[in-house]
Design a protein around this ligand. Sequence first.
Ligand code: ACM
Ligand code: ZN
Length: 496
Amino acid sequence: MIIPKPLRFTPAPGTFAFRPNVAVVPAFHADPACAWFVADELSQKIRVATGCFVTNRAGNHGQAAAPGSVVLTDEGAPSDLGQEGYRIEITPERVTLRAAAPAGLFYAYQSFAQLIQGHAAANGDTGRLTELPCAQVYDKPRFGWRGLMLDSARHYQPIEQIIRLIDRLAALKLNRLHWHLTEDQGWRLEILGYPKLTGVGAWRNNGKGRYGGFYTQEQVRDIVAYARSRHITVVPEIEMPGHNLAALAAYPELACNGASTEVTGKWGILDGVYCAGKEQTFRFLEDVLGEVAELFPGPYMHLGGDERKKGLWDSCPRCTEVRKAHGLAEESDLQKWFMQRVSGRVHESLLRRSISWGDNIDKGGIDGQIVHGWLPEQTAKAARQGHDTINSTHEWVYLDYPQNAEDHADRKPDWMIVLPLEKVYAFDPIPQNLEPQFHHHVLGSEATLWSEYIPDEAEMYHQLFPRLYAFSEAVWSDPGVRDFADFKRRLSVLQG
Ligand code: ACM
Ligand code: ZN
């Protein structure tokens, strides 16, 4: 009943009965605060499913909890569990959730919550679940990078919608929320040093009036903290050099021609490219990224780098002069120089690891930067060059694509291929043609939710589910335990 499927699930004889007064007992010395957080969440789930009165009681290593307790502990956790692995033992006497580190405990809780949910559903969801079959679970992930990319620019999601989304990610043991915050169609992140980015850049005319919105720095801190307590690292994406009409509408001087422009409601590869020949561009980006680093304490910063409209730099005297001064042959060399310059700053001054989309991989990746593949071969090329890489090859994991041919056929463009559940399920983050000696460079994958055609929460859930369940199994579970028919059975239980 667990999705993503655990490495080992071993049924055992007997049942664990929920007694009228269940104690949840954190005895987790590695991080007591995290364990209390898990205890609170778990108590709530048990209360709702069983109707029992649940208390949280501090426990200690070496102290047997009372019969009928649910124990959260790091005592005797095998070191091979790593940061995210866990064990669950359900015996007639007690339930033990065991992990070596807080993320593992959190995932033990998520699996146990699904077991409760599944058994409650199988018993008619009466709120009176009385027992669970005994079992042992041993589990750890195949990949460390398991994410979702959310585009908050094409359409804007209210903060509560993102909070609800984070809960859904956490339940599937996804640990990265890649937040696409800047685009031609809107700049969504408050930057104190450049107030017009949101004053002007967060708003567009959508034909009916003003459309848009942005996240204040306080809201961003809340989101980051909420995600962090659920072991999700928020990876901000500040896109460059293209996809920036909104920034250029706010600060036209950052464009090659300096001409005023508007935040657009059109989709595609547009003219919003920063001038690579102006020092002002780099000062601006350093300032912006400095604020971004203050807001996002996580170790990663995504710099975009995809789909720069070609030809703009070649027709700009400043860009051409800078390109020639550095002995660079063509625009894509200048893009590498641009990204190298900004990522150098990110690595050396802001002490973050940068990420960029794989569009320029034929020019060679950048030292220390993670390559985010989205077109076929980008991931394999990056890995062969010795770069760490995330595989989001669009035909497998772009969850904004329709689930079947009939789905929104009226308004989805032709290039959006159909991406059925089975195909997402069959996805392997390791490209099939990648030689084994490079496999370790594939950190994992992110599903994406580009939001051109996702105006609201209902549409977001329509696109995400059930495919995100399949995706979670593709990035967490061992290929040896994966089986689509079995997955569908578990899915039908969890989805009700
Ligand atoms: C992308 O889909 N342009 C990364
Ligand atoms: Zn220029």
